[in-house]
Write a protein that binds this ligand. Structure first.
Ligand SMILES: *Cc1c(COP(=O)(O)O)cnc(C)c1O
Length: 398
């Protein structure tokens, strides 16, 4: 006989709430931030340059442009496509809204193609079916940190003369066929948001091998002002600059880069810890009849950004919302990645995407729950989550 559910007055699995994600900022980061604050140069400067160099070394990407969010990196990447009115970009419905906003802000038309049911990554077959004469690019998301079928997407791109812009917000630290994400590909966008695999508080980067794309992004990240305009207040700089485009204010600060430098140095360690925690989850849940982890494909080294499970709703008498409420009562924080893009009013009205055209997304979405996963978590924390999942699931087994 298991204990009563916490929602029914029983003792919760955890008395201290376990959030779904927490940042991992160490003393090195704090010291470096203090050095910046004491240095009289707190905005874009030498540390941003060092962080960009470190990102190119880590990923193998020839160029890195650091900006103040992953969203900004996506916008700058999409601007580099020089879309004309009516030009289409094929992307996934299972993503954060800013992936798709970036297409709209760059003047394009988003076209949603279905995901693979087992990995929740963009289906190459569905993407191929969505390509028209107006398609200019593919915008896959490496969902939960598992790399997409890049070889097939690049092949599809070559066939139709399309660029492939990768939303790698979940995938810094991942590799595909032994090559780090960002080290190959047309344009790859990273996010350093607070709960991402490495964080600068807010931040992001555009990685590319195309020097024109990188140069244009750099200009557009700082008002369209001529190169190294940030130096204009230093002794090395000059008051003179030219504005060559109606750019944006997307530059990363040295305070953020100070965090990023140390976070990047710790990334491989973070990824190893994430992998270990995911393996513990997988082993513990392998025999569980009402949850099913995502599938993994060979040849990928995922970044394990999220641990997403699918509820087998036909085995349960409750829906996902109730399952999440019950886990919360047991002291476990979870969330959902993602509410499909075409479910949001703005895109529902604009895109007129029929849910029937995205059957796997529609079928998987009501089942999705992201369980806690972050490097500061312990194996005992994983065991608590598993215990809570088992407790709630057993209480509502059909
Ligand atoms: C976090 C995230 C973004 C946006 O990154 P920000 O740094 O928060 O702007 C974009 N796409 C996906 C898939 C994300 O998870």
């Amino acid at each position: 006989m298991t204990a009563a559910l916490a929602s029914a007055g029983g003792p919760p699995v955890r008395s201290s709430f376990l959030p779904f994600a927490l940042p991992g900022i160490g003393e090195e980061e704090k010291r470096e931030v203090m050095e910046v604050l004491n240095s009289d140069w707190i905005t874009t400067g030498p540390r941003v340059k060092r962080f960009e160099e470190a990102l190119t070394r880590y990923t193998g990407a020839p160029y890195a442009v650091c900006v103040d969010s992953g969203t900004a990196a996506l916008h700058l990447a999409l601007l580099g496509l020089h879309l004309k009115p009516g030009d289409e970009v094929v992307t996934t419905p299972l993503t954060f809204c800013s992936t798709v906003h970036s297409i709209v802000h760059a003047g394009g038309v988003p076209v949603l193609a279905d995901v693979e049911p087992d990995t929740l990554n963009l289906s190459v077959e569905a993407a191929a079916r969505a390509v028209t004469a107006k398609t200019k690019a593919l915008l896959p998301v490496h969902f939960a940190g598992q790399p997409c079928d890049l070889r097939e997407l690049w092949e599809l791109g070559r066939k139709h003369d399309l660029k492939v812009v990768e939303d790698a917000a979940h995938a810094v630290g991942a590799a595909y066929d032994g090559v780090p994400i960002g080290g190959a590909g047309d344009a790859v966008c990273l996010s350093f948001y607070a709960n991402k695999n490495i964080t600068t508080g807010e931040g992001g980067a555009l990685l590319t091998g195309d020097s024109d794309w990188a140069e244009e992004a750099r200009l557009n990240a700082l008002h369209g002002m001529s190169r190294d305009a940030w130096k204009r207040y230093t002794k090395a700089g000059s008051w003179a600059y030219e504005v060559v485009s109606a750019g944006f204010k997307y530059n990363m600060t040295d305070i953020e880069a100070a965090l990023g430098l140390h976070q990047l140095a710790k990334l491989d360690g973070f990824t190893r810890t994430r992998r270990k925690l995911v393996q513990r989850y997988r082993d513990a849940l392998a025999a569980c009849s009402f949850v099913e982890p995502l599938g993994e494909k060979p040849g990928r080294s995922p970044a394990y950004h999220l641990f997403v499970v699918r509820l087998n709703l036909d085995r349960l008498t409750v829906d996902r919302a109730r399952f999440i409420e019950e886990l919360k009562a047991e002291g476990i924080g979870t969330t959902v990645h993602f509410i499909p893009i075409h479910h949001h009013p703005y895109y529902r009205e604009r895109l007129r995407t029929s849910p029937a055209s995205l059957p796997h997304t529609e079928e998987q979405f009501p089942r999705l729950v992201s369980l806690p996963l972050f490097p500061r978590m312990t194996e005992a924390d994983v065991d608590d989550v598993v215990e809570a999942v088992q407790k709630v699931g057993s209480a509502f087994l059909r």
